[in-house]
Design a binder for this molecule. Structure first.
Ligand SMILES: Cc1ncc(C[n+]2csc(CCOP(=O)(O)OP(=O)(O)O)c2C)c(N)n1
Ligand SMILES: CC(=O)[C@@H](O)[C@H](O)COP(=O)(O)O
Ligand SMILES: [Mg+2]
Length: 650
């Protein structure tokens, strides 16, 4: 029972607590985090590591007047517990429950929505300028991790803020981890500061130390003061940040509440940009998470006692199929390279990295850099495969156009988490990539109906000598058999899965299976459906689509992407441009943001189910249902594992 935590209805309640109660509340928060995330899943390790820091921030700064921006925001659960959301906390990341990231709609204490990395300093600087323009005097704080600091946006904002006189506090939560180990020169620099005993807590300590040198101390300090650079480079940690215009405080122990409060109070008094360097341990306070912060970065439900994550039985995930195929390609061809933006495990490139370290690049949270670097590698005759989640790839839209497609660099984009992702919600659903890719000249865009087709698509993309993007979903495949030999798919061609004269359904990617199931439901009502697996978003299989649409009066498209500019739009444009007389209806994601929740709930809500496709189709063609005609209805091969319920076949 969280005796002390339950007293906290608003952050200012913390001020009444004794030192002992403050220590106790840290333990109580950890217990709530562990118990809740063991059931709901979520970002346990990042939040366990930031308990004391969050408490200290809410003791020193008075939100919502003072503003705290949480970079990525995956580590904002503690903040939510301290800002009046303890009651709903058990609904964390569930359908219509508490979000796993800061949401302005949830609380005035959430001043800025986050979810994608490295935005906090930019947003905080905007809040600071707004404060100045409105002649207010509240504090503005950005809390950014060492991983997020490798993101280009963070460096752009650091560069800007360092040159401004506006009061801004950047708290660097340095736990030496991104999702995996952190990478890059900045990370190395931070590690040096962490590990070198010479670095003092702050300049005052250093001044005291020099002045205390017997008899010559004050003179020495005067000389050192004159040789400012020397003092800085010799003894002041964080000289990099000092050189950029920041008052640097740290590195400090991020689990020592007293020290945190003192330094944050100091920071609050300082004028101009301040950087507070805080050292924390990711997963702090729960053994399994401390030992494996990568696994417990974003973890599924687990057993608290053993730390064992509940295993999901069944087919391999699309990510695992991508991973296995990459290993196959890499063994065949030494030109094949793997590139990730700080997500080797999430994208499935970790085995590739272990087997082919010289052909693997983890660029940090730097999607733009990853894509541009890949273009040059491809132009030099190598075969780079850039694996980036759909929503994170949005960061590199211009690089896809400017650095890859415009100069025809044969880069392969492995776009994982394309479509709805579930509990991560609106910032992470990969539902825009068909729309943001299909209009780029020279880019081929594909999406597999199942995991077997994914491996063939990846092989086909590798064989193509032009830019290619393959979009595939988070989660398990359909459990279809995997061909042992990789096949090159006929370029630009779709696939007819079954024939019928009443309706044409053209589906793409994850929506092909539900479309075939819907066709079976419709057949039970005497409605005969032709189903096409689109396979290619670009180029569309115009010949196939036109040949079918010219003889079938109703065309229904289905996609797990927004409707605007999506696959259905492409089909509509084709039919319109070719003056095909037919009616078109599109099923996809409407022009609104999709919240977080279990995938099944979200897909049901959005009508991305066989039942809804059938219902829409029935209404669309307006045909009175008739008894099923005995016909030679060819059932799609991918459906072999789905029970043919309507005809009583087992
Ligand atoms: C643009 C973007 N790319 C990738 C991610 C995935 N991601 C979420 S958290 C994270 C690591 C963040 O590391 P750090 O900032 O050090 O926070 P920590 O988890 O260590 O507290 C990554 C890569 C993201 N959210 N946004
Ligand atoms: C916070 C963040 O952006 C990542 O941790 C993301 O939640 C990972 O998503 P997956 O769980 O789909 O790999
Ligand atoms: Mg980190």
């Amino acid at each position: 029972m969280a005796q002390v935590l339950s007293k906290i209805k608003e952050p200012q309640d913390l001020q009444q607590l004794s030192e002992a109660e403050l220590e106790q509340i840290c333990q109580e928060v950890r217990d709530v985090l562990i118990q809740t995330i063991a059931t709901n899943g979520g970002h346990l390790a990042p939040n366990l590591g930031i308990v004391e820091l969050t408490l200290a921030l809410h003791l020193v700064f008075r939100t919502p007047d003072d503003k705290i921006v949480w970079d990525v925001g995956h580590q904002s659960y503690v903040h939510k517990l301290l800002t009046g959301r303890q009651e709903e906390f058990k609904t964390l990341r569930t359908y219509q429950g508490l979000a796993g990231f800061p949401k302005r709609s949830e609380s005035p204490h959430d001043c800025i929505n986050t979810g994608h990395s490295s935005t906090s300093i930019s947003a905080a600087l905007g809040l600071a300028f707004a404060r100045d323009l409105k002649r207010k005097d509240n504090a503005v704080v950005a809390v950014i991790g060492d991983g997020a600091l490798t993101g280009g946006m963070a460096l752009e904002a650091l560069n800007h803020a360092g040159n401004e006189s506006t009061d801004l506090i950047v708290v660097l939560n340095d736990n030496e981890k991104s999702i995996a180990d952190n990478v890059g020169a900045i990370s190395t620099y931070l590690t040096r500061m962490r590990t070198d005993p010479r670095y003092f807590r702050n300049k005052e300590e250093m001044e005291d130390m020099v002045k205390k040198i017997p008899s010559i101390g004050p003179q020495v300090f005067k000389i050192l003061e004159k040789v400012k650079e020397g003092v800085k480079h010799l003894m002041v940690p964080g000289v990099l940040f000092e050189e950029l215009g920041y008052s640097y405080l740290g590195p400090i122990d991020g689990h020592n509440l007293t020290e945190l409060r003192n330094v944050l109070n100091n920071a609050r008094q300082l004028k101009g940009p301040v950087l507070v360097h805080v050292l924390t341990k990711k997963g702090c306070g729960y053994g399994p998470a401390e030992q494996n912060p990568g696994l417990f970065h974003g973890v599924g439900p687990f057993d608290v006692k053993t730390g064992k994550v509940h295993k999901t039985e069944g087919p391999k995930t699309y990510t695992q199929i991508f991973s296995d195929t990459m290993m196959q390609l890499a063994r065949q061809d030494e030109r094949v390279l793997g590139i990730t933006a700080a997500m080797p495990d999430g994208t499935g490139l970790a085995p590739f990295a272990r087997a082919f370290p010289a052909r693997f690049y983890d660029v940090g949270i730097a999607e733009q850099h990853a894509v541009c670097m890949a273009s040059a590698l491809a132009l030099e005759g190598l075969k780079p495969v850039v694996a980036i989640y759909s929503s994170f790839l949005q960061r590199a839209y211009d690089q896809i156009f400017h650095d890859v497609c415009l100069q025809k660099a044969p880069v392969v984009f492995a776009i994982d988490r394309a479509g709805l992702v579930g509990e991560d919600g609106e910032t992470h659903h990969g539902v825009y990539d068909i729309s943001y890719l299909r209009h780029i000249p020279g880019l081929t865009v594909m999406s597999p109906k199942d995991e077997n087709e994914l491996q063939h698509m990846l092989y086909s993309a590798y064989k193509l000598n032009s830019p290619v993007a393959i979009r595939y979903p988070r989660g398990q495949g359909l459990g279809v058999p995997l061909d042992q030999v990789l096949q090159e798919l006929p370029y630009g061609q779709g696939e007819v899965l079954q024939e019928g004269q009443d309706l044409l359904i053209i589906a793409i990617g994850t929506m092909v299976q539900p479309a075939v199931e819907a066709a079976q439901l419709l057949a039970g009502k005497g409605i005969e459906v032709t189903v096409i697996n689109g396979r290619y978003i670009k180029p569309l299989d115009s010949d196939l689509i036109l040949s079918k649409a010219r003889s079938i009066s109703h065309v229904l498209t289905v996609e797990e992407n927004v409707l605007d500019g999506g696959f259905g739009s492409a089909v509509q444009e084709l039919l319109q441009d070719q003056q095909v007389e037919c009616k078109v209806r599109r099923i996809g994601i409407p022009d609104s943001y999709v919240q977080h929740g279990a995938l099944s709930m979200l897909k049901k809500d959005l009508g991305l189910t066989a039942e809804n496709i059938a219902a829409v189709a029935e209404g669309f063609i307006g045909k009175q249902s008739q008894p099923p005609r005995r016909g030679n209805l060819k059932i799609a091969p991918i459906m072999s594992n789905v029970k043919l319920a309507f005809r009583g076949e087992k």
